[in-house]
Design a protein around this ligand. Structure first.
Ligand code: ADP
Length: 529
């Protein structure tokens, strides 16, 4: 029985059509609606196989039924139109009507055969669509399979029981199995025996809260090949629904090559670091050699020339001249001894091996004494300013070591600044009174940015300072002494504008008194550089 819906508000027309269908009551079941609203109700309840719809209805146009959702209209619609209204029928066809008929008593009588024809056509169309949909599905499955098979990643579908339901070629290749050997096997066959039990637990808890994520992050995951060997893998998981069944999709990659590359990179980096160290040693040696030839040659030349004058003219020279030459030679010898001391000091390397005798030091007298000494040597070429207005009164430190530090920084400031510029020595409390900060600032040549990272290296001298006498040892020693106090040293400098060296010392040394009353050095982490 085919269900026919007739939407027609003209009673006479509807009646004629009804009569025609009644003659074939064994084939058709006719439902008549006289408005759109009624038609919609019939569609809801009866689900017709075909509908004949008048174009003009009391509550709208019959064409409106065509724009209703696909589901509502899974049947063909034939538009009924009056003679001379064919244009409307054409519009209805464009909107999706399968056909139209021009109303006339003869046509009404023929309606059952029109219905038969329309139904045949419609089934044809539906069948064609079904075949096309099937073909498209097959093609897209084929495409999916191709992508799956050529993927450079292993793809595996595992069901709720942990059984392998699908794998691609990559999985076969990396694990060394044939596909059939793996399908319907528990996924644990691909894992080393010692982690299988844990994996079952993991898998079960994953199924409770399945979310996409990388498996075993931070741990090394191993896959087990058919031949019993293992290899590193990376696995990511994602829950998927396949044919209505909840499954887990596992993406697996063999990361053996990546691991090897990482190891190679690490090895290359280690080599690079060693090379860098080697380079530094060579540089150090070169710097040391150039320092030796510059700094030792000058005093030796002076000593040698004094001795040779004495040898040649000893008898003829007045006594004062002799003693002046001897003074000159002995001064140079002192200078060389001082330099040798410096070399020894830096070659000791470890700050903790330096003798260290801390005591309470009064800030102002200590600093002023150092400034006076430097002023004497500087012979009034620079103006020295001292500011300790925000300084603590006292701090604990080794007088000899710190005198050496600040003399070094102040004499560098003078050495690397043009005459008649200002040098400032500032002391103040820092870090809520936990530290005391000493700063020495000058308006001198500055340190070029590219030299700054190496300025504390022994024997290293900046290019813009080479014409000024020096050994490149002072700062290396200062740093060791500052570290010996558990302090830190750093600087800010602009080439051609000036430099400021900062030394921060803990106000109270973090030292302990050992059993013999000696002072135990601060722990290594206490030094900040
Ligand atoms: P030296 O002064 O004997 O060369 P240092 O170790 O005291 O050795 O200093 C190392 C280098 O740091 C110097 O050669 C110089 O290039 C640079 N330097 C140090 N202090 C200053 C400063 N106040 N202004 C400019 N450059 C400086």
């Amino acid at each position: 029985m085919e269900r026919v819906l007739l939407v027609e508000d003209e009673y006479a027309h509807a009646e004629l059509i009804r009569r025609a269908f009644n003659k074939q009551a064994d084939l058709y079941e006719l439902h008549v609606a006289s408005s759109l609203a009624e038609a919609r109700r019939v569609i809801q309840n009866v689900r017709p196989d075909v509908a004949f719809v008048d174009f003009y209805l009391p509550d709208g146009s019959g064409a409106e039924l065509l724009s209703e959702s696909e589901d509502e209209r899974a049947f063909p619609v034939v538009i009924l139109t009056s003679y001379g209204n064919e244009q409307i029928a054409v519009e209805a066809l464009k909107a999706g009507a399968l056909d139209y008929v021009v109303k006339s008593p003869a046509v009404f009588a023929e309606m059952p055969s029109v219905a038969r024809r329309i139904l045949r056509e419609w089934r044809h169309i539906v069948e064609r669509q079904r075949r096309r949909a099937e073909r498209e599905l097959r093609e897209s499955e084929e495409k999916f399979r191709k992508i799956l098979e050529t993927a450079s990643e292993g793809v595996m579908l595992v069901d709720h029981a942990g059984t392998i339901k699908l794998i691609n070629r990559y999985v076969e290749e990396i694990f060394g199995y044939e596909r059939d050997e793996l399908l319907d096997q528990p996924v644990e066959v691909l894992l080393p025996p010692d982690v299988r039990d844990v994996h079952v637990t993991f898998r079960q808890s994953y199924q409770e809260y399945p979310t996409p994520h990388l498996m075993g992050e931070g741990r090394e995951l191993l896959g087990l090949r058919r031949d019993g060997t293992t290899f590193p893998v990376e696995v990511s998981l994602a829950p998927v629904v396949v044919s209505g069944q909840q499954m887990i999709m596992c993406l697996v990659i063999d990361i053996t090559v990546r691991r090897q590359l990482e190891e190679q990179r690490l090895y290359a980096r280690t080599l690079e670091i060693e090379l860098e160290k080697e380079r530094e040693i060579i540089e150090l040696r070169e710097n040391f050699t150039s320092m030796l030839s510059h700094e030792f040659r000058t005093p030796l030349t002076i000593i040698l020339s004094s001795i040779s004058i004495l040898q040649t003219y000893l008898e003829k020279l007045p006594r004062e001249k002799v003693s002046e030459l001897l003074d000159r030679a002995s001064n140079q010898i002192h200078r060389m001894v001082a330099m040798l001391d410096d070399v020894l000091a830096v070659s000791r390397g470890n700050a903790n091996r330096i003798e260290f005798h801390p005591e309470s030091i009064e800030v102002s007298p200590f600093c002023q004494r150092i400034i006076q000494n430097i002023e004497l040597i500087d012979q009034n070429q620079h103006s020295f300013e001292f500011d300790a207005s925000d300084a603590p009164q006292r701090f604990i430190g080794d007088v000899l070591l710190l005198e050496n530090c600040f003399s070094n920084l102040l004499s560098n400031a003078a050495k690397y600044s043009p005459p008649r510029t200002r040098i400032t020595f500032e002391v103040r409390s820092a870090n809520q009174g936990e530290h005391v900060l000493f700063s020495v600032s000058d308006q001198g040549i500055g340190i070029p940015p590219e030299e700054q990272p190496r300025i504390f290296q022994p024997f290293h001298r900046a290019a813009n300072a080479r014409h000024i006498q020096g050994t490149g040892l002072g700062l290396a020693i200062v740093r060791q002494y500052v570290e010996r106090h558990g302090g830190r040293i750093w600087f800010e400098s602009r080439e051609g504008r000036g430099t400021r060296f900062n030394v921060e010392l803990p106000l109270r040394l973090n030292t302990m008194v050992d059993g013999e009353g000696g002072v135990v050095p601060p722990p290594p982490h206490f030094s900040k550089i």
